[in-house]
Every structure is written in structure tokens, then in C-alpha cells.
Design a protein around this ligand. Structure first.
Ligand code: GAR
Length: 188
């Protein structure tokens, strides 16, 4: 019996796509029952539609407060009773109340070897810091940005000719392998 997961996105959706592809593999323990985007223009919404996955837009700007926005998120997510809520390029920091409602069930992928380089422009930061390795991290989510207990990391060597763009490409390839693998391990 496959377990439901809900995926939250804000943009391109390439990690969403990698999870969708994994769910089509024999024996994969998860099924994406809902994709939520906080951005009506997110390309990832088309990926959900192309794969006939339920998808909804919940934009923060449509609500008077972050609390009301999160209340709506909670309501829509709860209807699917997910075993995991996977943030895949979802660019909103969730409140403590929200995180506590789904204790231990919210995970995120971030394109750096956390705790190094939280936030944006992670590849530029890694190169400018003279790091030997770049990489990505899947971690539990708390109410702080790119924080929470680390579940798994994958690293790649930064070569002298790497730019932020080439490193981003290399790390994204790793992300697309790591995120589906972690979901499989957590739900198996
Ligand atoms: C990915 O690189 C993901 O790791 C990053 O946003 C990108 C989304 O791409 N997430 C964060 O930076 C979270 N702090 P995608 O929409 O193609 O999956």
C-alpha cells in the first residue's frame, strides 16, 4: 500500500519531477496525492498537470495574514493525510505552529552542504568561500530557514573551473537522485 505525500513548490519543479519519476518505479512506497504551489506562475504546476496529479495554488497574498495562509495550507494538506510533506523549492518559511501540526513529517531539500550556506545563491557562496565540495542536503523542517535535523547529504567536488552555474547544474543532478531516495528510505 503506497503512502500519500504532498509536495509544496514555488517555481520550476525539477525536484517535483524527479519525485514523480520515482513514484512510477515498481515498489516505490509513495504516491504524490497533491501538489501545492504558493505561486500561480510556477512551472511545476504544469508538471503536476501533465502527470494528472491534483494541484492547487495557495498564494500568501490572497490572505490577510500568514496565519490565515497557513490555516488554508493545513486544511488542504490534512485532507490528504500525508505521511510526508516534501518542500521542493518552496520558498516560504513556515511557522512553529504549522511545523508542530505535522511533527517530523515535513522535509526540505536545499542546494548546499548545510549548515553551510543557508538561503539563496548557495553555489556562489560555496565558490567564494573556497569550499572544496558543494552539494545538497535533505533535512527535517523547523521554523527557521534551511534549518532542522539533517537526514542525508550528497557532495560533489568543486573544481577550479567551476562557476556558480556549472556547480548549480552538478548539484541539481545530485538533488534529483537524493530526494527520491530519502523519501523511499523514510517511507519503506
Ligand atoms: C532547488 O535547487 C532546491 O534545492 C532549492 O530551490 C531549487 C528549486 O528547484 N531550494 C532551496 O533553496 C530551499 N532553501 P526546482 O523548483 O527545480 O526543484
Amino acid at each position: 500500500m503506497k503512502k500519500n505525500i504532498v509536495v509544496l513548490i514555488s517555481g520550476r519543479g525539477s525536484n517535483l519531477k524527479s519525485i514523480i519519476n520515482a513514484t512510477k518505479e515498481t515498489g516505490y512506497p509513495a504516491n504524490i496525492s497533491l501538489v501545492i504551489s504558493d505561486n500561480s506562475k510556477a512551472q511545476g504546476l504544469n508538471i503536476a498537470k501533465d502527470n494528472s496529479i491534483d494541484n492547487i495554488i495557495i498564494e500568501k497574498s490572497s490572505f490577510d495574514s500568514k496565519k490565515k495562509f497557513e490555516d488554508d495550507l493545513v486544511e488542504k494538506i490534512t485532507q490528504h493525510n500525508p505521511s510526508l510533506i516534501c518542500l521542493a523549492g518552496f520558498m516560504i518559511i513556515l511557522s512553529k505552529d504549522f511545523v508542530n501540526k505535522f511533527k517530523g513529517k515535513i522535509i526540505n531539500i536545499h542546494p548546499s552542504l548545510l549548515p553551510k550556506h543557508k538561503g539563496l545563491n548557495t553555489h556562489e557562496k560555496a565558490i567564494n568561500s573556497g569550499d572544496k565540495y558543494g552539494g545538497c542536503t535533505v533535512h527535517h523542517v523547523n521554523d527557521r530557514m534551511d534549518d532542522g535535523e539533517i537526514i542525508a547529504q550528497q557532495k560533489v567536488i568543486i573544481t577550479s573551473d567551476d562557476t556558480a552555474d556549472t556547480l548549480k547544474k552538478k548539484v541539481l543532478e545530485l538533488e534529483h537522485k537524493l530526494y527520491p531516495k530519502v523519501i523511499r528510505e523514510l517511507l519503506s
